[in-house]
Design a protein around this ligand. Structure first.
Ligand code: MN
Length: 743
């Protein structure tokens, strides 16, 4: 049972930290040490209220993982910092952005990779080897992610005792299946061996206990044999003046058990329970020749088996392993394996290539570690097909057209290359796809046509007001998304056509034209359309205006229609055409004293909303007479209009909005603020739920923690728009909002 003694714990934390400092690379700079201290302090603070299953303070774990990374794998400052921080983002309130701010992008990226890895690995769903490979590929931009993950796993395996039995089994079998082979491929033999033994301890405890007991029982007898075998070699090597170490090394329990199973033999008959290791202390220049000289000496005493000579000095293994192995006939007719290597080779064999820094940095300058990391990366990317079957699929994945992204819960999804958040959304559910208004990738806002990359974590933001847009078809890669979008647009189009048909029949009535097939055919041909569906569609979309239709029929029925208008407008007849056209309209305007009422009902006067300032009802407006476009409506503060007014004052017509009919006008809002989780949701909630305002488009871009967004909405007037803006301003994180009149 663990009893809590806060004072003792505090000391223990500091002791463990000091132990970590002791195993840092000897050339670790003062600044690096400060950085490690900063990470340590942050981790202590962040995990202060957490405890491990054992009852111990949680912080022990990251310190130990950092220790493994530095001492047992030989990694440097960045890795130590990341190891200390590896659980901070996952388990506490700190974010990847915090890591970025405090420790820079490199650390943030590695911690992010580690966080994603654990969200996949430590989830309850069982992990498939296939996914594991994909994960490695996806997250191994920086292979330190994988190495620190291995250190993390090793420490968890070392402290697995306190877990529940099922959990132990799950973690152990996953380790045996995935992590131990990975450690092996990366040349981390010591870690691989320890992982395997730890797995066996939990998976097959009886056999494990039995074999360890047998090893203890037979150790005396074995040691005697080893001493006898080594004695003549020892003497000869000394005589030749070698500096060396020689000892018998017992195989791991796991590998003994594998041998027993594979060869179907009892413990007593496993002939190579141990190997003799001769480690020569020699500079790199002479290590190869010294190894062969030692080999020669050994074979002076014992006859080698020619089939069992392995020269991994001339040709090191792909993972960097270098050694000379031979099997010799020892006393009592027993085969004994002898491994000959230099101190450097031994370090490499135990700790993997990382051990090189010790030797290379002294000789060839720094960055040996970086070289090793690069090598592992290469190993992962292009395994030699014979040596690295485990990683075989990497090659395939690398050249395939797939990317792998994560759901917010950390599940993996595969998508074709260049997929957008829309593809992702439709792959989850077509309802999510069709309601998508934006997405967050790695917690940052992105537009729906953003190109996803492997490793991205994607979250879709939806709104009930949204429906699939035609342009979306260009934005998606997957057939599923494409067909769903087309389907929705087809249905939508049908509704619009019906609407246009209805609209046309009403308009025809208003202008006393008969809504018969002949007239409709005339319109279709007049507007150069292929069919009446197209006509209805354009009418519904206001691409063909009522005025155009009316003008067409008016010219058709010219005389009759014109007289009708004259009567209706009470204009002074054809003769009045001699008047200046502006006067004519002013005359017309004056029938509704001094106001130009802008309303759909008044079609007799052609007016257009000017594009330079895009006024909407509620804005102060005025009309400006043009020769061929009728009256153009500007905002009174429109810079273009101010210029016009100063030059052509006589062409100005007063104008004012009526509020008779509820028509929606398109306008834009531009906002900036701090990119924050949930912000987009809050914004869209306000727009869509609060005021019955329709959103046409939304385009947000995040950049270094800030966002800038443009929202196009349909509003009825400025009152509604201002209310919307003032409500949006209340959202935490929003810094600035302005109306934009042009997009
Ligand atoms: Mn951990």
């Amino acid at each position: 049972m663990y009893t809590i003694d806060l004072e003792a714990e505090k000391n223990e934390i500091l002791d463990r930290y000091k132990n970590l400092l002791k195993v840092l690379k000897p050339n670790t700079s003062k600044e690096d040490k400060l950085l490690i201290r900063k990470a340590f302090d942050l981790a202590v603070e962040a995990h202060k209220d957490m405890r491990r299953k054992t009852g111990e303070p949680y912080i022990y774990h990251p310190i130990e993982v950092a220790h493994i990374a530095a001492y047992e794998i030989g990694l440097g400052t960045t890795s130590v910092v990341c190891a200390l921080l590896h659980d901070v983002v996952e388990d506490t309130d700190y974010t990847i952005q915090d890591m970025d701010g405090l420790f820079g992008p490199k650390v943030a990226k590695i911690v992010d990779g580690l966080t994603k890895m654990s969200s996949v690995f430590d989830s309850t769903s069982s992990l498939q080897a296939e996914n594991f490979r994909k994960m490695l590929l996806t997250l191994s931009d920086d292979v330190r992610v994988i190495l620190i993950k291995l250190a993390d796993r090793l420490h968890n395996m070392r402290t697995l005792d306190s877990m529940k039995h099922e959990k132990q089994l799950k973690i152990a079998s996953e380790t045996q299946y995935l992590y131990a082979p990975l450690a092996h491929r990366l040349g981390l033999y010591a870690i691989k061996t320890e992982l395997e033994d730890l797995c066996m301890k939990y998976i097959e405890p009886e056999i494990f206990d039995n074999l360890s007991q047998q090893l203890i029982d037979t150790s005396e007898q074995r040691n005697k044999y080893i001493t006898r075998f080594v004695a003549p070699i020892d003497e000869a090597l000394k005589a030749q003046g070698f500096k060396y170490e020689v000892y018998g090394r017992v195989k791991s329990i796991y590998s003994i058990w594998q041998k027993m199973k594979n060869k179907n033999v009892p413990f007593e008959e496993v002939f190579d329970l141990f190997a003799i290791r001769i480690i020569i202390d020699t500079p790199m220049e002479t290590e190869k020749s010294f190894c062969w000289r030692v080999y020669s000496t050994v074979t002076d005493f014992y006859r080698p088996n020619p089939d069992r000579l392995r020269d991994w000095i001339s040709t090191p293994k792909a993972n960097g392993y270098e050694s000379l192995h031979t099997t010799l006939m020892g006393p009592d007719g027993r085969w004994v394996e002898v491994q000959i290597r230099s101190t450097r080779m031994d370090d490499v064999a135990e700790k993997g290539y990382a051990a090189h820094w010790k030797y290379k940095e002294a000789a060839a300058g720094q960055n040996a570690l970086d070289e090793w990391l690069k090598k592992i990366r290469e190993l992962l990317e292009s395994p030699e097909s014979n040596a690295l079957d485990f990683l075989d699929n990497f090659k395939m994945n690398l050249f395939s057209d797939e990317i792998f992204v994560f759901t917010p819960k950390g599940e993996l999804k595969s998508l074709p290359m260049d997929s957008s958040p829309l593809d992702y959304a439709y792959s989850i559910h077509s309802k999510i796809g069709s309601k998508a208004i934006g997405a967050k990738v790695n917690l940052k806002l992105v537009p729906l046509n953003y190109k996803l990359k492997s490793g991205d974590q994607v979250e879709i933001i939806t709104s009930d007001k949204q429906k699939p847009q035609e342009e979306w078809i260009e934005w998606v890669q997957t057939a599923r998304a494409k067909s769903r979008i087309k389907e929705a647009i087809k249905i939508e189009r049908k509704a619009i056509i019906d609407e246009g048909k209805e609209l046309l029949s009403r308009r025809m009535l208003e202008i006393n034209s008969e809504n018969n097939p002949q007239n409709i055919a005339k319109l279709v041909s007049h507007f150069n359309l292929s069919n009446k569906g197209e006509l209805y569609l354009r009418i519904a979309k206001d691409e063909i205006t009522f005025k155009q239709i009316r003008d067409y029929f008016r010219s058709e029925n010219s005389g009759r229609w014109y007289k009708y208008i004259q009567r209706k407008l009470n204009l002074p007849g054809i003769a009045a055409q001699a008047l200046n056209p502006i006067d004519k309209i002013i005359q017309r305007v004056s029938t509704k004293p001094t106001e130009l009422i802008i309303d759909k009902d008044i079609d007799e006067i052609k007016y257009t909303i000017s594009e330079c300032c895009n006024p909407i009802p509620g804005d102060n407006v005025f009309g400006f007479m043009t020769e061929d476009e009728g009256i153009k409506i500007h905002q009174t503060n429109c810079p273009v209009a101010i210029q016009l007014m100063s030059k052509y004052g006589s062409k100005i017509v007063k104008a004012k909005w009526t509020s008779k009919e509820r028509i929606s006008f398109l306008t834009g809002i531009k906002m900036t603020g701090v990119d924050d989780m949930g912000l987009l949701n809050r914004i869209t909630r306000i727009i869509s739920k609060g005021y019955g305002i329709n959103m046409r488009s939304l385009n947000f871009e995040g950049h270094e923690g800030m966002f800038e967004g443009v929202i196009m909405v349909y509003v009825q007037d400025t009152r509604q728009l201002n209310e919307l803006i003032s409500n949006l301003k209340k959202i935490k994180g929003v810094v600035n909002i302005v109306r934009i009149d042009r997009t």
